[in-house]
Design a protein around this ligand. Structure first.
Ligand SMILES: Nc1ccn([C@@H]2O[C@H](COP(=O)(O)OP(=O)(O)OP(=O)(O)O)[C@@H](O)[C@H]2O)c(=O)n1
Ligand SMILES: C[C@](O)(CO)[C@H](O)COP(=O)(O)O
Length: 400
């Protein structure tokens, strides 16, 4: 009898060791997020209806962007379920959500392992014909040392019986659900450990190095190598194309004591005048991003005639543009802004401005540049009648 295969992909982690504002599972390789690669691979072994993603609801925008970049056949993917504070709790939430769909077996996978292959999945499923659990592993290649807390070696551990555990970890569904329910709140670092605790056999099958977990930045570079080699063999792999957009804006000065520039309050002898908070920096960046995705300009999305934008904080406009990029499955590669004025002096504020823009766009601060120039006292900026700004944005969008 053909077994009904359920899948739980855990993607609710925050990627602290990866150290980027965007959680690692939402970083892209070859036009798709790490999570997207996993979803597509498992959907091939079962149907998308049986693939349950576990996520952090605070990551909704990133999640939507990840799904938007996938093929049309993924549209029947169930809504993601919220995770817990530990991987183990996230797995349990996923298993509970999946139980109504009554799978016979379940494969539990880390979204942080985008290099999962059909072969590894097939080996795990095959081993489940004779065992309650099966996991992919790789033998340990290095000599393993046990050390004291201060780093002095206390023992050399024979490595011939040691294996590195990967995912997907496959189980008879009812067995692993019952085990996770029983051990809820106790700490285990993988799912196989729960069956081990119950004295049940878990079989090891051969994993692959491409399936190693992305934990730190270096691991991500390694995964880039994997995707490059996969692309050569797989014409259907989705590719990215790069788009550029530019923006330009001017706001005049009016009586006041500070300007809002890139979301930062900059003390000055005048304020900038405008329908919103007149943040010339954020308006210009918004136009550059809208330009790169062919989405018109800020005035079309937020008409000056609309009173709801009167005095509005311009964060809203820039965030809207970034959301449009993510909804198309794209990502912001970098933005570069030049503020053009004699005064106020911008230099002392560029760090805070870059951080604020990065926060609004939800990208790394290294992808944001803010600089300033004068016009040598020529023209309206030179006469200190207002501030002009120009910006460029580079966006990667999936092709096809
Ligand atoms: N509360 C958690 C913690 C982790 N995970 C998922 O479990 C997998 C393996 O965890 P790990 O590599 O530790 O991911 P993070 O928890 O995101 O990373 P870190 O420990 O560095 O914060 C990842 O796909 C992660 O998203 C999860 O769903 N829920
Ligand atoms: C489940 C796992 O990926 C198997 O290697 C690993 O144990 C997850 O551990 P982490 O500490 O949450 O990265």
């Amino acid at each position: 009898m053909t077994k009904k295969i359920g899948v739980v992909i855990v993607a609710a982690g925050s990627g602290n060791r990866f150290g980027d504002p965007i959680p690692k599972q939402y970083h892209t390789l070859g036009g798709k997020t790490l999570l997207g690669h996993c979803i597509e691979c498992f959907a091939r072994h079962t149907s998308p209806e049986l693939v349950q993603v576990v996520y952090n609801p605070a990551h909704q925008n990133w999640y939507d962007g990840a799904i938007a970049a996938l093929g049309a056949d993924i549209t029947t993917l169930p809504a993601p379920i919220g995770g817990g504070v530990t991987r183990q709790q996230s797995v349990l939430n996923g298993l509970r959500a999946l139980s109504a769909r009554k799978p016979d077996i379940v494969l539990i996978h880390d979204a942080a392992r985008p290099g999962i292959s059909d072969d590894v999945i097939t080996r795990v499923i095959k081993a489940l014909e004779t065992h309650a659990g099966a996991i992919p592993t790789l033998p340990v290649a290095d000599t393993i040392k046990q050390t004291s807390r201060d780093g002095v070696i206390t023992k050399t551990i024979p490595r011939d019986t040691l294996q590195r555990a990967q995912t997907p970890q496959g189980f008879v569904f009812e067995t692993i659900l019952a085990a996770h329910e029983q051990f809820e709140g106790q700490e285990f670092t993988d799912d196989a450990a729960l069956l081990e605790e119950l004295g049940l056999d878990v079989m090891c099958v051969e994993g692959t190095s491409a399936n190693d977990k992305i934990t730190k930045r270096d691991d991500f570079d390694r995964a880039h190598d994997w995707i490059d080699s996969t692309n050569k063999d797989n014409a259907s792999m989705q590719q990215e194309e790069y788009r550029a957009g530019t923006g330009f804006d001017v706001h005049r000065f009016a009586p006041g004591d500070h300007c809002i520039l890139c979301g930062v309050k900059v003390p000055h002898t005048a304020r900038l005048d405008g329908h919103s908070d007149a943040d010339v920096g954020l308006h210009t960046l918004t136009d550059a991003i809208l330009g790169a995705i062919g989405a018109g300009d800020i005035g079309q999305h937020f008409p000056p005639s609309d009173m709801q934008w009167k005095g509005a904080a311009s964060d809203i406009f820039l965030k809207h543009a970034a959301d449009l990029v993510r909804k198309r499955g794209g990502r912001i590669v970098n933005v570069d802004l030049t503020l053009i004025c004699e005064r106020p002096k911008i230099g002392p504020h560029t760090k805070a401005m870059r951080e604020k823009v990065a926060e609004i766009l939800e990208i790394d601060v290294n992808r944001v540049n803010v600089k300033a120039t004068t016009t040598e006292r020529l023209g309206f900026p030179g006469r200190e009648e207002g501030i002009a700004a120009q910006a460029a944005a580079s966006i990667a969008l999936p092709i096809g």
